[in-house]
Design a binder for this molecule. Sequence first.
Ligand SMILES: Nc1ncnc2c1ncn2[C@@H]1O[C@H](COP(=O)(O)OP(=O)(O)OP(=O)(O)O)[C@@H](O)[C@H]1O
Length: 651
Amino acid sequence: MKKYLWRTPSMANQNGRSLKEVIKCTAIYDVFSVVQKVGDGTFGSVHLATRKGSMKVVAIKSMKKKLMKISDAARLREVHSLLHLSEHDNIVNIFDLYIDQSFCLHIVMEFLEFNLFQLINSRRDKPFSYNSVRDIMSQIFKGIGHIHANGFFHRDMKPENILVSPIENSDVYKVKIADFGLAREINSSPPYTEYVSTRWYRAPELLLRDSYYSCPVDIYAAGCMAFEIATLQPIFPGMDDLDQLYKICEILGSPDDESQKMGFGGGGTWKQAEKLTKDLGIILPKSAPLNLRELFSPPWNGAFASMLTELLQWNPDARPSAQACLELDFFVAKEEKVQKPRKEKETKANQVGKVGETQVSLPTFSLQNIFTKVTLPYVEDKTGKRSSTLYQKFHKGITGFKRTFQKANKSKKSTKMSQTISTPMYRPPSPFFPILPQIRPSTPLNLKLRNYMLSTAEYNATNKSMPMFMETSQTEGPNQLRDKENTQFRRKSTNASTPSYFTSSARNSILSYFDAETSSPTTLNDRSATLRSSKFSGLSNDSSRSTAQTYSVLLEPSDCEKTLLWKKSSLKGDSNAQVTKRSLKNFKGEEADEEKNDSHQHLDSEKPSIFSSDILEHDFPDFCVTSLADTLGVPGLTLKSDSHVTSETIS
Ligand SMILES: Nc1ncnc2c1ncn2[C@@H]1O[C@H](COP(=O)(O)OP(=O)(O)OP(=O)(O)O)[C@@H](O)[C@H]1O
């Protein structure tokens, strides 16, 4: 087996890992026996495998994008950063790199059984103990600290990228940070692409498209994760970027002085926000901060809530470094004794009363969601036992809430309380209210298609010569692919007087189109399966771009005999796209009948012409195609084409 040097000693930093080689093989299966697939992300699929002739278990991440040449391996962001980080207990260890004859790169790593998202999901009825949260978070901060100390920042911290391995039936876990596909060197020169990190964990500076950001984005994401580990639900589950900002304002308060003075312990002020929002043409809602300490019940309302307040600062400079985080009370204080629950009546009356008071001072917001999000998991039930899930409360008829709510109101009005909670100030969540939302946003890169569609709509609606999102110059090369995808639709400074959000009906239609997608009833697992099983192999461009164009993408489900032919014909610039479905029988239960005899029909004809030639005439990188498959709501699809045009050719 021939070995190629893929990093010269001079490229290694002082602490970097030892010189590695990229090993050439005909197929990875020649070297490893694959046991099963354990993960599938936007850029790679991960398999559990054993090395042939040995029982050693490894994880193999096979990159979806093929390399142009072997030396490109070292330039892959993921490989580059992993190699320049010295080994650490809380960073996933990389063993080898293989390249097969089709120039597919395989990263062989240590294997960990779960990711943190799976772990959280499996704990619906059994929240982590205080000490367990502390242990997990301290390992995360140690890992982040190591990444930052080595001159990198991760940019995609989220539960899916934190690998965990339980230690012998205990509540203790080995925690390691993985997926360095977005990692950047701290001393590389900004501006950086603003579209990084997954929405729910995306720091305000990223949401507001500040391209000069750094390590604090990881600290903020860790704050979001800390909340999620403790409460088993995300703190800011935004449906889109605007909703994300709105949700942040609801809890942290708006980042201006005036709003912050209205409350205590929020996200603090951040002057830069004013400029960034102005540049974006949006206005943040005015909202007072909530005091997280008041919203949690013991013991979470102490050092834990204070830590969250520190981490979730609007101003990136105000967030502590990873090292400083480890010195916060939450980590250094002696084992926090779980305080005896206060008497039930007193506790709940206080909590609800306080929330109620805050509500009064906040005319612009209903706090119903916040209340349920923040306090539910740890409010004691009737017996004083900590109740772990919303479901338990519903099974018990949410008596605790009813009573306390009535109490809180009684003090204000001496009217007879109704037996049900009917006030607009606090509505109990529906019994179907999920602990974890049905949909988790995938990589924000999937938003690119939507943004482009929005820009097209904006362009069409205003009939101006410049769309809201424009291509910007990019550095070519495989390693820049992700950045390229990100920056391609980076917003160019637009005329300040151009209304930006929600100005055209087309924009709204597109937003609702995607919102509908987001609120689709598919379960999380179905949904991620859909996202993750879509794979791009090519896109055919049957004729010259300058004249009539026909693009066809054949979508073939990998695991069943269902086929969707998606065809775009655009003979004129503004022609509607023809989207054709074929053989949709058994495709989706509810669609089978409807589609049975219809081999050619418009898909989503009521929707805006999202498949308009405008999109296709532009570069159409692979993830967009994946996104389309996803948008079409087709589970288990593999995207294939009958042409040999590769994603490189296209993008
Ligand atoms: N070393 C490992 N051991 C076990 N599972 C792993 C390992 N590395 C990754 N996985 C699983 O595979 C999933 C996808 O891996 P990864 O996040 O690296 O792919 P990606 O293509 O970069 O994803 P993303 O869409 O987040 O960019 C992870 O969420 C995790 O569950």
